[in-house]
Design a protein around this ligand. Structure first.
Ligand code: RP5
Length: 181
């Protein structure tokens, strides 16, 4: 696979790019990079990490900011990026890689994430960021979506995604008749 340009050779301290190039999933090499703009985003982003753990998907987590640590951010390529305010973190990451980038708008601002949503979703033509819902629901969906992308390559990830969907269906099925008539 030769999709990663430029940043792949510059990534330091991250096994992410090399491991995604292999054909077999290894339990100790990260396939998904999760980044958040600030430690203050961790309450929202925890849902993403929790779900990646539940799906047993090897991942690594970095706190990188497009405006506070721009050089470090440029050297990293990632699948799921969460940022609040109009930080534009996911777009800044997407500019440096051809790997798919999933943006999670975080509701940490006075505008409750509307600014983050617009700065994440409104990428100009040519450099996409797949944007999920604002806040913790979006963080969890980013984990599932990353798994669905990897499932195209790894059959065992596809099985985990199906099992997760079945668990959701089973849980919801138990509540169909919960409302007393
Ligand atoms: C963004 O600014 C971060 O993603 C965070 O949501 C927001 C506020 O960051 P802190 O001032 O709390 O570090 O870069």
């Amino acid at each position: 696979m030769d999709l990663v340009f430029d940043s792949g050779s510059r990534v330091q301290g991250s096994e992410f790019i090399n491991s995604i190039r292999g054909d077999k999933m290894s339990s100790d090499k990260p396939l998904i990079g999760v980044i958040m703009g600030s430690v203050s985003d961790s309450d929202v982003m925890k849902g993403c990490m929790d779900l990646l753990k539940e799906l047993e998907l090897p991942h690594e987590v970095k706190v990188l900011s497009a405006h506070r640590t721009p050089d470090l951010t440029r050297e990293y390529a990632v699948s799921a990026a969460g940022a609040g305010w109009a930080a534009h973190l996911a777009g800044a990451i997407a500019a440096h890689t051809t790997l798919p980038v999933i943006g999670i708008p975080i509701d940490s601002s006075p505008f409750k994430g509307l600014d983050a949503l617009l700065s994440t979703v409104q990428m100009p033509s040519g450099i996409p960021v797949a944007t999920v819902a604002v806040g913790s629901g979006g963080a969890r969906n980013a984990a599932v979506f990353a798994a669905q992308i990897l499932a195209l390559k790894y059959p065992d990830v596809a099985e985990k995604v199906k099992a997760h969907r079945n668990r959701l269906t089973e849980k919801a099925s138990k509540k169909v008749d919960v409302w007393p008539s």
